[in-house]
Design a protein around this ligand. Structure first.
Ligand code: FJE
Ligand code: FE
Length: 293
């Protein structure tokens, strides 16, 4: 007989130091760094900081989703189908690359700094070649749960304290932004089969029954023991963190940079499709974004 504990505990705590990425951008890599590989269904989480001279100019994606959540500043995006827009503090872009997207992600030039999170969620085999889709939500359109005074949960995906997100997740995912005042305890439910983690943005939180300490820029991974809650406590400091969890796909992953498929053969097909502008990359032919400068 195995005993299922009340709360998940923390199995790992890893600090993300800044590194160079893209074109003159700085990122703190959480999931995807050597100590945090294969956190199925998640491929990558970057806390990015970009000034007006940096960014992520024209590049492709296939086989997964990118979720960009802005914290400060303004970010522009433009893709090969003419889809274009700007997201600001608290806004969200949930992009399903599916069979193919080529796009550019750049800070608005007048800004001093754009700061946010980008999460890469793998797609199950049957969705890897789906039509690309955008789900865009402004800060004010994202529902909030307020389980008690001093605790505000933005429900980006999934559910918290009876408040549900309308975002469609092909890979079952929950994505919650917690702002917790000092001296509070909050319990978040999580499906027993989900893997998950907390990424700390500010302050200090104590997680699980053993009150594992989490500080800014640390990733804290949850135990996989079937517990259906995560207990989070604050003491003499407020805390800001994201809580991300999902159903593991348990499929083979073959990744080559911005392409994530199930087999080497499908990765080779992807190189050919991208090179010859076919099977989803038709509109990549002679395309250049107007924002990458
Ligand atoms: C990419 C290198 C990259 N983190 N955070 C290689 F930088 C990227 C990439 C990003 C990215 C974009 C934003 Cl807006 C925020 C990011 C990496 O675009 F896709 C590959 N393959
Ligand atoms: Fe991208």
């Amino acid at each position: 007989m195995t005993v299922i504990p009340a709360s998940r505990s923390i199995t790992k705590s890893v600090l993300s130091k800044e590194q160079a990425e893209g074109a003159g951008a700085r990122v703190r890599r959480s999931i995807g760094r050597p100590e945090l590989r294969n956190h199925d269904p998640f491929l990558m989480l970057d806390e990015f900081n970009v000034d007006k001279n940096g960014g992520f100019p024209d590049h492709p994606h296939r086989g997964f989703e990118t979720v960009t959540y802005m914290l400060e500043g303004q970010f522009q995006h433009e893709d090969f189908a003419g889809h274009k827009g700007t997201i600001g503090p608290g806004d969200l872009q949930w992009m399903t690359a599916g069979r193919g997207i080529v796009h550019s992600e750049m800070p608005v030039k007048s800004q001093t700094r754009a700061h946010g999170l980008q999460l890469w969620i793998n797609l199950p085999r049957e969705h890897k070649m789906c039509e690309p889709q955008y789900q865009e939500l402004l800060d004010g359109q994202i529902p909030r749960a307020n389980p008690e005074e001093g605790v505000v949960v933005k429900v980006i995906a999934g559910e918290s304290h009876g408040v549900k997100s309308q975002v469609y997740t092909r890979t079952p995912t929950m994505y919650l932004d917690f702002k917790v005042a000092k001296n509070k305890t909050v319990t978040q439910t999580i499906p027993k089969t989900y893997t998950g983690f907390i990424y700390m943005l500010k302050g200090t939180a104590f997680i699980g029954d053993k009150e594992f300490e989490g500080k800014a820029h640390h990733t804290l991974t949850f135990s996989e023991d079937g517990a259906e809650t995560v207990k989070i406590t604050t003491k003499d400091e407020d805390a800001h963190f994201v809580f991300i969890a999902g159903e593991p796909l348990k499929e083979p992953i073959v990744q080559h940079g911005p392409f994530v498929m199930n087999t080497t053969e499908d990765i080779y097909k992807t190189f050919v499709d991208y090179q010859y502008n076919q099977n989803g990359f038709e509109r990549a032919k002679n395309w250049r974004s107007t924002i990458a400068g």
